[in-house]
Design a protein around this ligand. Sequence first.
Ligand SMILES: *C/C=C(C)/C=C/C=C(C)/C=C/C1=C(C)CCCC1(C)C
Length: 250
Amino acid sequence: MLISLSSAQQVAAIFKNGDVNTYTAFTFFIGTMAMMAAAAFFFMEMRNMEDKWRTSILVSGLITFIAAVHYYYMRDYYTETKESPTFFRYVDWMLTVPLMCVEFYLITKKAGAKIGLLWKLIFASVVMLVTGYFGEAVDRDNSVMWGVLSGLAYFYIAYLVWFGEVAKLAESAGPAVAKATRILAWFVLVGWAIYPLGYILGTPGGLFGVTFGGEESGAWMNVVYNIGDAVNKIGFGLVIYALAKSDSKA
Ligand SMILES: *C/C=C(C)/C=C/C=C(C)/C=C/C1=C(C)CCCC1(C)C
């Protein structure tokens, strides 16, 4: 059964005693539902689009569907153990972030994007996530170094979509694609920056050991990541959806 009784009880409990555990469980729960709804929406809307946009909408659906499944497991893991579901989190990201790179490739392909660009984006995202995983789960003592390495790969992706090949191709692909790409570039710069914030909060001594709501900052890491995922996965998909829809009408 997808929605266990305990989830419903947890949701009810949140409004009674809002501590970090209940907020975390709540955002996992809401995250699962939101990702499921978004996936259903994108899959259903596929057939209302012109052929050339169907793959892009399919990829938006896959990103949110994969996230929904991982959120289901992460919520379970978290409520059972009260520990960060780091492994599921990174498996999710390893699947969904490269798919976001595929989105950039697909919308600039019409302007001549080569497969090499896709591999560059995917390679950078894998470096970003593997180094992040090392800092969070394997070699925690050196989390600052791993975080910096991960950040370099992140800036490279941001560079490609703001000023590099992606930006240039999008400019020559017409105003609709150029505009959508600029919005997606903002997602990468601002939306994706939520994650290093979560990482810094979750790193021992991160943010100089500040506390929120009586908890050490690290306790809030999953809330921050869950907000980031909702903004980025659903928002990203909706930008692609709006682009495909306006172009399918025109
Ligand atoms: C749907 C999931 C997305 C868009 C995940 C994106 C994740 C990042 C941009 C993570 C970036 C990180 C850094 C830039 C430094 C610290 C380690 C990470 C992995 C949290």
